[in-house]
Design a protein around this ligand. Structure first.
Ligand SMILES: [Fe+2]
Length: 142
């Protein structure tokens, strides 16, 4: 089999319950990036695991920061549901370290938050330009 051909038909099967467990997040400096997200979101940087520097999100998912020094880092988007009671604190932490947040993913509304889906949200860049999003309510998808 190759990609783009007919895949097995699973449409009649019950949907599997699959949980994301970890993903590698590329960074030019894994300590800088892991410590940044941990400081903003109120998490802890774990012990190095081989080339990975983990940040446990507390929901069974770990971000494994992995250093890629010799090539440009392709910006990815990571969105986090955060407790409503912590949102203001996270915004204040961004302000304290001088990182601009935006109401929109395209970063055209600096210093503002959004109120999508009855919650609050904001976007900001990590040290390598990964577009991070904090939101208090998940997207309502059709
Ligand atoms: Fe998003």
């Amino acid at each position: 089999m190759s990609y783009g051909q007919q895949y097995p038909d699973v449409s009649e099967l019950p949907a599997a319950a699959v949980q994301l467990n970890h993903t590698a997040v590329y960074a030019s400096d894994r300590h800088l990036s892991a410590e940044f997200i941990a400081a903003i979101l109120g998490l802890k940087v774990g012990a190095p695991f081989g080339p990975f520097l983990p940040v446990d999100l507390g929901n069974g998912v770990t971000l494994d920061y992995y250093e890629k020094r010799d090539e440009p880092i392709q910006s990815q988007h990571y969105a986090f549901i955060v407790p409503e009671a912590q949102f203001d604190t996270m915004i204040a932490r961004l302000e304290a370290v001088g990182v601009t947040y935006y109401a929109d993913p395209g970063h055209t509304e600096p210093g503002r938050i959004n109120r999508l889906f009855g919650g609050r949200g904001a976007y900001f860049d990590d040290p390598d330009g990964h577009n991070l999003e904090i939101m208090t309510r998940p997207y309502v998808r059709p």
